[in-house]
Design a protein around this ligand. Structure first.
Ligand SMILES: *Cc1c(COP(=O)(O)O)cnc(C)c1O
Length: 831
């Protein structure tokens, strides 16, 4: 398909007048969209009310969106590109209303038409284009870049189906398709005129060009069209609107029937279907690689489309001198998922533009930067060479050549060290040869960062040690964060108002100012403390209502809300949490009630559909919950609920209502965590291991305001050589009773044996997660929690202290560090 730009023969510029943002104008505009655009009227289905309001709000982003775009396009402006296979955005409406400062007006406008804004907001489906922390991080980064006026564009895939919807049947996870685009997406703008052709398959040809130089071309390919859809990313009250550009796959020759005889008509249409598969569905694996051909297609589709788009924009607004490309462009790769971009940029420079190898490599390796997100070996991406050969033959040739050049560097530095060459080679040798994507990312990037201090150190000392020895200057740390706009100002309006009343509201745009709240910690601030407590109670009521409707369990807001929500994974150790709940249950049954504190334990999270162990853990949680919640002896002292379909919009209700945040991963396994930061900002206390960003959270808030327990990363590694889990069981009567109660089928009388593999795993000397080793320390830390909880005044002080010390964990700080050390972009002037 060729799309000709429309060029009028004369051009009369016009100005755009900003639209009114008062309640009356918003109301009129809303009515206009509902009736004249959507053709719906009073009494229509509520999703149309949302849609009409979304168009009304989007109109008011347009002028700033255009102005931001034009400003960032000025020649010579250095631009950043954040490439990610995942953007876990959630809902947009409330966020834009907050950022634009028109929430009160929108509230009134809706009331004028007899709608409640909160109910309208609930109609928006979550944009669930990510699995968990990695995808949510990308979304928080976009928010902060816009709020800091950084010229950064997000590039991702517009999955037709996002993260699956989870529901529970007989205690087991079931998956349903998430057709989030079913009713359309009022926030996006399709820009077909910027579609790109993406090549797959075919073969390569080598030839001598007119200048006598050896060149290659990639021919006989099956091309697919990448169509961009733009989503506005508003900054916080700063007239900045950045762009998240998501690619949709489509067939190139939709109905080019010339090439087919009449009988092939349906095959021609089928080709269209095949092409669209690429952007059909998000792979629902968190922290584990997938290995599927379609996934590699998605990765190349994103990398190629985004690079071609960035180059198109740069050529249009630059001076077309490739020597300046790296000075004016930087690409941040969110994990290895988009790493094929290294080879693709080389291909574009070499084949499409005739740049020489050394110059192309200098350009590429000076504009790519890589963020690692995991230490788990099973999460490191490797693609079979044979798959590359078939799907991306020209890219494989380039990777071979990159590797040849690289291995020469290695052998210069360590002559004769063939073992090191084998370890560092981008191609893993063996019965099946693989391309190691993390190695390609490191070799092709000028910056390699981890996402918390411990994680970055473990990368340097362990996984990436060879590369660190070769290029120490590439390695750096960028501790994650979360945006305080969505996670405090939007999610917790009660606390936001209370804080702003005392320290002003500048903290929303600059979270370092939240430390002013420390002045409210001392005892004499009685009224403030009472209000803090009251806000938390109201938030807990809101969560209790959600738990009631979705889990049919009664949570008493007076009890301690003990919460663990995150993807279900063995390394995150939801199992340890369950062991503790069973232990508490046994204490009730034995009448050991001294120092008792009533607890409501909430666990939520999705398991990858093919992850058997994670799914068993969900079944165990639900089975224990059934017994605990229905045993009359328990009598409200303990509740356990599994919240189905954990997602961004659920977290907006959960984090503000949480008293105790569970961050209990096996030390050395959680790269950073960001859930921990959302909870801290909202005044929860943390019980956690010395892992990921927990360490930095504890440093910030002080050990006296944090419940630390468990082995440290280096102890885990030492113990691994001689791990004897049964010894913990023998030496600990409480643990023995917990294991025995699960083993005897107390929680699964009608499905005997279903938890045996869980128990066998924990009792195995090769259990990588060492759950039993941390049981006693965890129980003791939980006892310290109970003791602290009984002193309400003290708890409130610790809660305020957590919020007051959370300033470092804003993604504004994270983005400033990326920009200072890696991107070096110029922040636009404030308007
Ligand atoms: C923050 C968040 C995560 C990440 O949680 P961790 O505890 O850091 O693993 C995952 N999913 C959703 C929906 C989130 O909001």
């Amino acid at each position: 398909m060729t799309i000709k730009p429309y060029t009028p023969y004369y051009y009369r510029p016009f100005t755009l007048e900003p639209l009114g943002c008062d309640a009356v104008t918003l109301g009129h505009n809303f009515k206009h969209y509902l009736s004249y655009h959507l053709g719906r009227f009073h009494g229509c289905a509520p999703n149309y009310i949302y849609e009409a309001l979304a168009y009304t709000v989007r109109d008011r982003l347009m002028v700033d969106w255009r102005n931001t775009w034009n400003t960032q396009l000025e020649q010579g402006t250095r631009r950043g590109h954040y490439m990610s296979l995942e953007f876990l955005i959630g809902r947009a409406m409330g966020n834009h209303l907050l950022n634009m400062g028109i929430k009160t007006a929108a509230d009134q406008a809706m009331l004028d038409y007899s709608h409640k804004l909160e109910e309208v907001i609930e109609e928006e489906p979550d944009a669930g284009l990510g699995n968990g922390g990695l995808g949510r991080l990308a979304a928080c980064f976009m928010d902060s870049c816009a709020s800091l006026r950084l010229p950064v564009m997000g590039y991702g895939i517009r999955y037709e189906y996002g993260m699956f919807r989870q529901y529970i049947e007989n205690g087991y996870q079931k998956e349903a398709a998430d057709h989030w685009l079913q009713n359309g997406n009022p926030w996006e703008i399709e820009r077909i005129e910027y579609a790109q052709h993406i090549q797959f398959g075919g073969h390569t040809e080598h030839y001598i060009d007119n200048n006598g130089r050896a060149r290659a071309r990639w021919v006989g390919t099956e091309d697919i069209l990448a169509i961009p859809f733009d989503m506005p990313v508003s900054g916080y009250r700063n007239q900045t609107v950045n762009t998240l550009r998501l690619w949709k796959a489509a067939a190139t020759e939709e109905f080019n029937l010339d090439e087919f005889n009449a009988g092939s008509y349906t095959e021609a249409v089928q080709a269209k279907n095949q092409a669209e598969h690429i952007s059909m569905v998000l792979y629902p694996n968190d922290s584990s690689e997938n290995g599927k051909e379609l996934r590699l297609r998605q990765q190349y589709f994103l990398a190629s489309a985004s690079l071609k788009d960035a180059i198109r924009i740069w050529v249009k607004h630059g001076e077309f001198d490739y020597q300046r490309f790296a000075a004016e462009n930087v690409f941040q790769m969110n994990d290895t998922h988009p790493t094929i971009a290294v080879a693709e940029l080389m291909r574009i420079l070499l084949d499409d533009n005739g740049v020489e190898w050394d110059e192309a490599w200098a350009i590429t390796s000076q504009c790519m930067a890589y963020t690692n997100h995991t230490l788990l070996p099973e999460a490191l991406e490797k693609w079979p060479v044979s798959l590359f050969e078939r799907l991306l033959p020209r890219l494989l040739e380039i990777i071979y050549e990159i590797n040849a050049h690289f291995l020469r560097v290695v052998s210069m530095k360590w002559p004769g060290d063939t073992d090191r060459q084998r370890r560092m080679s981008i191609i893993e040798e063996g019965p099946v040869r693989h391309v190691r994507m993390a190695w390609l990312a490191i070799v092709g990037s000028f910056s390699v960062n981890g996402v918390a201090a411990l994680h970055s150190q473990l990368l340097r000392d362990g996984l990436f040690h060879d590369f660190y020895q070769l290029w120490p200057e590439k390695f750096n740390n960028k501790t994650n964060g979360v945006t305080p706009r969505r996670w405090v100002a939007h999610a917790n309006p009660g606390m936001t108002a209370l804080i702003s009343e005392h320290i002003g509201d500048e903290w929303i745009a600059d979270l370092s100012l939240i430390e002013r709240l420390k002045s409210m910690v001392p005892m004499e601030n009685k009224v403030f403390h009472a209000n803090w407590h009251a806000v938390k109670m109201a938030n807990k009521q809101r969560l209790a209502a959600l738990v009631k409707s979705d889990c049919h369990v009664d949570f008493d807001p007076a009890a301690l809300f003990d919460v663990q929500v995150k993807r279900i994974h063995e390394y995150k150790r939801q199992l340890l949490n369950v062991l503790h709940v069973v232990h508490l249950y046994l204490r009730i049954k034995h009448g050991h009630l001294d120092n008792w504190v009533n607890r409501c334990v909430l666990i939520g999270g999705k398991a990858a559909p093919g992850y058997y162990m994670a799914k068993s853990i969900i079944k165990l949680i639900n089975s224990v919950a059934d017994v605990v919640n229905n045993d009359p002896d328990v009598n409200g002292r303990l509740k356990l609920a599994f919240l189905p379909n954990y997602r961004v919009s659920a977290m907006e209700i959960i984090a503000p209502a949480t008293d105790l945040s569970e961050q209990i991963s096996t030390a050395g396994k959680e790269a950073s965590g960001t859930g921990n930061m959302k909870f801290m900002m909202n005044g929860a206390l943390t019980i956690g291991t010395y892992d990921g960003a927990n360490i930095e959270i504890m440093d910030a808030v002080g050990a006296e305001n944090f419940f630390l327990f468990g082995l440290r990363a280096e102890q885990v590694e030492v113990l691994r050589h001689d791990y004897r889990p049964w010894q913990y069981v023998e030496q600990d009567q409480d643990l023995r009773e917990v294991i025995d109660l699960i083993r005897c089928g107390h929680f699964n009388p009608s499905e005997p044996g279903i938890f045996d593999s869980i128990l066998d795993g924990m009792l195995s000397p090769s259990d990588p997660w060492m759950t039993l080793a941390d049981f006693r320390g965890y129980v003791e830390a939980q006892q310290a929690v109970s003791t602290a909880w009984q002193d309400t005044e003290k708890w409130t002080q610790m809660s305020i202290m957590n919020t007051a010390c959370s300033g470092f964990f804003s993604t504004d700080r994270t983005m400033m560090e990326y920009n200072r050390d890696i991107w070096k972009l110029t922040q636009a002037e404030s308007a």
